[in-house]
Design a protein around this ligand. Sequence first.
Ligand SMILES: *Cc1c(COP(=O)(O)O)cnc(C)c1O
Length: 396
Amino acid sequence: MSITPLMPVYPRCGVRPVRGEHCHLISEDGRRFLDFASGIAVNALGHSHPGLVGAIQKQAETLMHVSNLYGSPQGEAVAKRLVDLTFADTVFFTNSGAEAVECAMKTARAYHQSVGNDQKYELITFNQAFHGRTMATISASSQEKMHKGFLPLLPGFKYVEFNDLEAAKAAIGPNTAGFMVEPIQGEGGIRIATDEFLQGLRALCDEHDLMLILDEVQSGVGRAGTFFAYEQYGIEPDIMATAKGIGGGFPVGACLATEKAARGMVAGTHGSTYGGNPFAMAAIGAILDVIPDEAFLADVRAKGERIKARLEQFIGNYPDLFELVRGRGLFIGLKMKVEPRAFVAHMRDNHGLLTVSAGDNVVRVLPPLVIDDSHIDEFMEKLSAAAADYKIEASV
Ligand SMILES: *Cc1c(COP(=O)(O)O)cnc(C)c1O
């Protein structure tokens, strides 16, 4: 037998973390890494955050799981906090981002079917989008590399160019249920929606009674410098999926919706065995104790600006390697002029710096939101050293 016990769907690298200490990871062989990947925008409070660890420990001793057949004081309290902090009137808790997106898509269809528009089932989504790995969420993405081997896709999706409002408008037809979009594409390469684009989609939804679904699984929960990225656009969605940072490492997600959008989501229409169990609610509660605070978010924005300013100055030294810096808050992309994966591996293996590659030749810089200036200094030192000997390697 040659297949590995872990199904070999990930090209795993040689770093094997066994312990986390604030913004660093320690591997099985004792090496120490600066973690500017954060488990792909998950470890918002870094590793070993006492508030998060304490909340999970306490909940484990009290009550980990009960069925959604019972009343949930824990879920009600956390849902109320999310409702108070956002556009939403109601929340469904999931165990992952893809499930939050699934719930969002079902909510949009159920809205139209509940008002008698059974033909409105199609979602318009955008090139380079990433919405997860379930059948529906890969069907929602135009990226063929995720489709290969899994055909046929689910029907009901139409893809158009990101940031192209005219194309989005032209794609609306009798079957359109709404749009689903990441305000800032993560896997796509930190591609930022323009104000005109998101505001234009909102206006089209209002005009045609369509649902605007935002996928803030990666951009949300402080990552982009506001509690959710949509706040920076002066618009509100009808439905929103979030996950990643909201559990800080505990696997939990949420689908948020307005009362109007959720009108089809009545008893018996949807469910999840684990979704929103007391364990998950303790994790979200600990995150909400820290991140939505305006002073905390202002600090995230300030640190993001400092990193971007230093990166912009730095890339001038390596015009053959780097093209530009973009992002909001601590959701930062460093666009390279070469394929970024080899450079990400070089930073990791030779300089102890963890980042994540993305589409559009981008290196994603996703530090824990709790970094301080010493981590920014360490990041710049490691990155500079990596660029210096990468250049030598490449030119030899
Ligand atoms: C990661 C991600 C997902 C999927 O989340 P999972 O927890 O891996 O299922 C969906 N949408 C976006 C924008 C993401 O970044």
